[in-house]
Design a protein around this ligand. Structure first.
Ligand code: CP
Ligand code: NVA
Length: 311
């Protein structure tokens, strides 16, 4: 007998356009019900484990509240669980997935997430690694769709480091027909393998990279930035502050955007570095809507992976 192969969510590469659209439609339905006061218990008795090697506010709380709304429960496993230290990853994961229905992993190395998925007998969801942050990107794409009605034909301008969030957004844009323009200094752009693979898998993907931030944001529906030094890159922070100084999203840069353009950030932000107070607190900013949609979108992912809305 072939052993049961659970469906994981490690990157957006593994989802088809139709699957993303299905998740968005579940999200829209469950968000409307939530806002009308209904929390449908779609996953009674189900248990989610969160294995986190890095700090978190949004990812942890949005997943935990989501599971509570769905009638299930969650267990947070931080430092004291000894993940990666007390025992081998396969042993940890085989045992954990015998207890729980789904694992959310926030890890230092993407390769460890892939190892977990290889041994888990329940679905594993990426809650951020050094390489990708698919739940963030899905929530952000959903937010842009809410704002603009559609994504196809619109432009997302990324200003800053080609990091985990940028990679997942680029994968999402490639799947959903959104143009992706990056203003990123040389030396901090996507690695040599990533883009050719994305273009091979999505031949119509419209991508551009420039060192001119004003040019990048000109036709954008959304201007998106993130910290210049991600978690794990703290020792490079000073060098990066110098290298990214010309890539700050401030009022002068936002003055080059078209009418209706919004400002996005996954948060947490380093105010005064990649973004100024006037922009993040200004009328174009949708950062709180983005963060709130993490909860609705992840509820849709759980309903899709585990429940009656399922695959
Ligand atoms: N955006 C995001 O993932 O935030 P946390 O690091 O607080 O989870
Ligand atoms: N790029 C950031 C995202 C945090 C949500 C980091 O990895 O630290």
């Amino acid at each position: 007998m072939t052993p049961f192969q659970p469906r994981h969510l490690l990157t957006l590469q593994s989802l088809t356009r139709a699957e993303i659209e299905r998740i968005f439609s579940i999200c829209e339905d469950l968000k409307a019900k939530y806002l009308a006061g209904t929390r449908e218990p779609l996953l009674p008795g189900r248990v989610m484990a969160l294995v986190f090697e890095k700090p978190s506010l949004r990812t942890r709380v949005s997943f935990e509240t989501t599971m509570a709304h769905l009638g299930g429960s969650s267990i947070f496993l931080g430092e004291d669980a000894g993940f990666g230290k007390r025992e081998a990853v396969p042993d940890f994961v085989r045992v954990l997935s015998a207890y729980v229905d789904v694992i959310v992993f926030r890890g230092k190395r993407h390769a460890v997430l892939e190892e977990m998925a290889q041994y888990a007998t329940c679905p594993v969801i990426n809650g951020l690694t050094d390489q990708s942050h698919p739940c963030q990107a899905l929530a952000d794409l959903f937010t842009m769709k809410e704002l603009a009605g559609k994504l196809n034909g619109h432009t997302l301008a990324w200003v800053g480091d080609a990091n985990n969030v940028a990679r997942s957004l680029a994968e999402g844009c490639a799947k959903l027909g959104m143009r992706f323009v990056m203003a990123t200094p040389p030396g901090y752009r996507f690695d040599e393998e990533f883009l050719p693979r994305l273009k091979t898998e999505n031949p119509a993907f419209d991508f551009d990279v420039t060192d001119d931030a004003a040019h990048a944001v000109r036709d954008a529906l959304a201007v998106y930035t993130d910290v210049w030094a991600s978690m794990g890159q703290e020792s490079e922070a000073e060098q990066r502050r110098r290298d990214f100084a010309a890539y700050q999203v401030n009022a002068a840069l936002m003055s080059h955007t078209q009418k209706g353009a919004v400002f996005m950030h996954c948060l947490p932000a380093k105010r005064g570095e990649e973004v100024t107070d006037e922009v993040i607190d200004g009328p174009q900013s949708v950062v709180v809507q983005q963060a709130a949609n993490r909860m609705h979108l992840q509820k849709a992912i759980l309903a899709w992976l585990l429940g009656s809305h399922g695959i």
